[in-house]
Design a protein around this ligand. Structure first.
Ligand code: PLP
Length: 470
């Protein structure tokens, strides 16, 4: 839960006991410290004690490398660590104070504009963000503002803008629609269609549509949405109706995968209808959290009035962001990753992830009781479910794998296929073929026990625990 309630007075009594081994001087006296959990301690405590208390509690967190639920980078090299430590006191917004960090951000935007085939990379505009969620909010705001400018009278008269997307969008799009008062037109899943189709998207567009969001690729199963088909269908829609509906591509993960592994796939600014793209630097961009990117094909796609000017070397520097202060370290780390790996390095890493994903998916399919929903051949991510008549379900598998430290989330699909529950594996840099074999060995070892269950535990009254993380 991200929102926390304050603790009541009774809870205030909970204290952290201090071991005499935690301090060098007066070890027995330290036992009297016992700082409260939910109030500031009255006096300072020695740093090693505070460190040890926190360190010990954090041992209960899962092992990030065994977390196959997250898309977020869990491994960087020591040079990245060093650069990040050197930059942890730099505030990204202080362009005047840290002009070179600002310059590295600008280079990253230029690199992405080139990678995503902006027709005129010099005209493309973009910025770093805290992640894809913020980038999506910014892109959505630009779409809304462009629509409002074109429909000022109708908007003033009460027309309600809408955004068309698949029900499989990440929650940030529902947040955007809620926060910025835009109707979310979510296309449900149907049968074996687990994401948006061109036909379904166009069917929901009208004169109040600010844009269509296409996802590369879906958080639910790693599949790429058919961006080029969606754009072509919207071209035909414009010919029929005169309505020009822009497309935003949510490339949170795929924006850093497709350029390296699927160069022929047209999903980016090569498609004239694509107005903006976002990606998470901290997913397949290979940087620790949190950095994201938002790019617009040109100045026209990003209304000028949304951009604020901050002081920069005595001049003015345009910024577009929801927050003000933000760490500079992740942006520097993104530039490090681009510089250090180059195209060849990113290609090799993403290919290795895809190879592991495809291998693991194929081996899991061979186990017998599972059916693949996706094969790991788009994002290096795949989802699978249990076959009919199985005495266990995906929640049982997730729970049992957890016993060995593997975090493999199980969750139910959204509207249209709420009957389908899946497990999902995200293969990231650092999840080697060797680790994949260890996961397989654990899964195979578990199966005979799972097969002896009389029925899925959820049917025996044990609640399902959904672990949908990203
Ligand atoms: C398709 C998609 N969009 C947006 C997001 C949100 O990204 P972030 O966690 O970088 O805010 C995610 C996260 O998984 C995602 O998969």
């Amino acid at each position: 839960m991200a929102l926390h309630k304050g603790q009541g007075r009774g809870e205030d009594e909970r204290r952290l006991p201090v071991s005499p081994l935690h301090v060098l001087t007066d070890p027995l006296g330290s036992m009297q410290l016992a700082p409260p959990l939910h109030r500031l301690p009255r006096v300072p405590i020695p740093p090693p004690v505070a460190y040890q208390l926190i360190h010990d509690e954090l041992m209960l967190d899962g092992n990030a490398r065994l977390n196959l639920a997250t898309f977020v980078t869990t491994q960087m090299d020591e040079h990245a660590d060093r650069l990040m430590a050197e930059c942890r006191d730099k505030n990204m917004i202080d362009k005047d104070e840290y002009p070179q960090t600002a310059e590295l951000e600008r280079r990253c935007v230029a690199i992405l504009a080139d990678l995503w085939h902006a027709p005129d990379p010099a005209a493309a505009v973009g910025c770093s963000t805290t992640g894809s969620s913020e980038a999506c909010m910014l892109a959505g705001m630009a779409l809304k503002r462009r629509w409002t400018a074109r429909n000022a009278d109708r908007y003033a008269a009460g027309a309600r803008p809408n955004l068309v997307m698949g029900v499989n969008v990440q929650v940030c799009w529902e947040k955007f629609c809620n926060f910025w008062e835009v109707e979310a037109r979510l296309v449900p899943m149907e049968g074996e269609r687990f994401h948006l189709s061109a036909e379904e998207a166009v069917a929901r567009c009208d004169e109040n549509t600010i844009g269509v969001v296409g996802i590369l690729g879906s958080t639910f199963d790693g599949s790429y949405e058919p961006i080029a088909e969606i754009c072509a269908a919207l071209d035909a829609f414009q010919e029929r109706t005169g309505l020009d509906v822009p497309v935003h591509v949510d490339g949170a993960s795929g924006g850093m995968v497709a350029p390296f592994l699927d160069p022929e796939l047209k999903w980016d600014f090569r498609l004239p209808r694509v107005a903006s793209i976002n990606a998470s630097g901290h997913k397949y961009g290979l940087v620790y959290p949190g950095v994201g990117w938002a790019l617009w094909r040109d100045g026209e796609a990003l209304p000028e009035e949304l951009v604020f000017k901050v002081n920069y070397l005595g001049g003015e520097m345009p910024t577009f962001a929801l927050n003000f202060s933000r760490p500079g370290a992740e942006v520097v780390a993104q530039y490090y990753a681009f510089l250090r790996l180059g195209f060849g390095g990113y290609h090799a890493i993403q290919q290795a992830c895809r190879d592991v994903a495809e291998y693991l998916a194929a081996e899991i399919a061979k186990c017998g009781p599972f059916r693949l929903i996706t094969k790991g051949d788009q994002l290096p991510v795949f989802a699978f479910t249990t076959v009919d008549g199985c005495p266990f379900d995906v929640f049982d598998v997730s729970r049992r794998l957890r016993e060995r430290g593997w975090q493999v989330p199980a969750y139910t699909f959204p509207e249209g296929r709420t009957d389908l529950a899946v497990l999902r594996v995200v293969c990231r840099n650092g999840f080697s073929r060797d680790l994949a074999d260890l996961l397989l060995a654990d899964l195979r070892r578990l199966l005979p026990e799972l097969e002896r269950q009389p029925a899925p535990l959820s049917e025996l009254g044990m609640p399902q625990r959904s672990g949908f993380h990203h």
